[in-house]
Design a protein around this ligand. Structure first.
Ligand code: IPE
Ligand code: IPE
Ligand code: MG
Length: 248
């Protein structure tokens, strides 16, 4: 266990941490390397973050790996990312099983290349009995896609008279999202110094604590993850109440 990890208060852990893994391209460019070099090195940060989260006792870790907008990138980069995902899944499933981590994915997965889709489904199936932590990869994900999809499903339920508009409540909407069954993330981390959400979990982060770091994703280590948790534990989560109310 690292020194920083010892400073984490186990009684005040977030149950769900979401991460926007950003800055692979700029990290590589600063070293005079192609962007794909950054993506390859980003895999080590995924490993470290997953291990750290499991060691700390986080229940759900959700990583934004590819957005619906990322298809706009050069084809070679998109292909490299999809291939990297297949290779990584192939290599890492054993480790996930060893660490009792369940793999999950959110996003419009049917649009992924067949090989990527297949290895993802295989990974999900092979780890489905694991209990310690759920690692969710957001792939071809965007929050507006997810909300649109949810609205269509609810409209169909109304059209077929299974429900009436008066039945719609927050719980029903939660159930129609791809994160159904997971708690909302208490903490959202974004690396690389960008201060935006980029279409990630808009509904679910309504009351999340946001943590931004200038570190590029390939520089993000276990200690950086611990720093984010420690920072989160210093925050007062008021949910509309006053500070005084929380103390009584
Ligand atoms: C994050 O790094 C990885 C993905 C979005 C797939 P970027 O590739 O966005 O790196 P920058 O932001 O261009 O530096
Ligand atoms: C957000 O990163 C998506 C992922 C981390 C997968 P981007 O690098 O694509 O975000 P923008 O386009 O700069 O906002
Ligand atoms: Mg980026």
């Amino acid at each position: 266990m690292s020194e920083l990890m010892k400073n984490i208060d186990e009684s005040r852990l977030p149950s769900h941490v979401a991460v926007i893994m950003d800055g692979n391209g700029r990290w590589a460019k600063n070293l005079g390397k192609p962007r794909v070099f950054g993506h390859k090195n980003g895999v080590q940060s995924v490993r470290e973050t997953t291990e750290a989260a499991a060691e700390i006792g986080i229940d759900y870790l959700t990583l934004y790996a590819f957005s619906t907008e990322n298809w706009r990138r050069p084809r070679l980069e998109v292909n490299a990312l999809m291939t990297l995902l297949v290779e990584t899944l192939r290599k890492e499933i054993k480790t996930l099983n060893k660490n009792d981590i369940k793999l999950n994915a959110i996003g419009d997965l049917s649009y992924l290349p067949k090989k990527t889709h297949d290895s993802l489904l295989q990974g999900i199936e092979n780890t489905s009995n694991n209990k310690r932590m759920t690692l969710t990869l957001a792939l071809n994900y965007s929050s507006r896609w997810e909300l649109t999809h949810a609205m269509k499903e609810i409209s169909e339920d109304i059209a077929s008279s299974r429900i009436s508009p008066a039945d719609i409540d927050e719980a029903m909407i939660n159930n129609k999202l791809s994160t159904s069954g997971m708690p909302d993330p208490e903490l959202l981390i974004r690396t690389s110094g960008e201060l935006r959400i980029s279409n990630f979990l808009l509904w679910q982060i309504a009351y999340s604590e946001l943590y931004f770091t200038d570190k590029y994703w390939p520089e993000f280590t276990k200690d950086e993850f611990c720093k984010a948790i420690i920072d989160y534990q210093k925050r007062e989560r008021r949910f509309g109440k006053t500070s005084e109310q929380l103390k009584t």
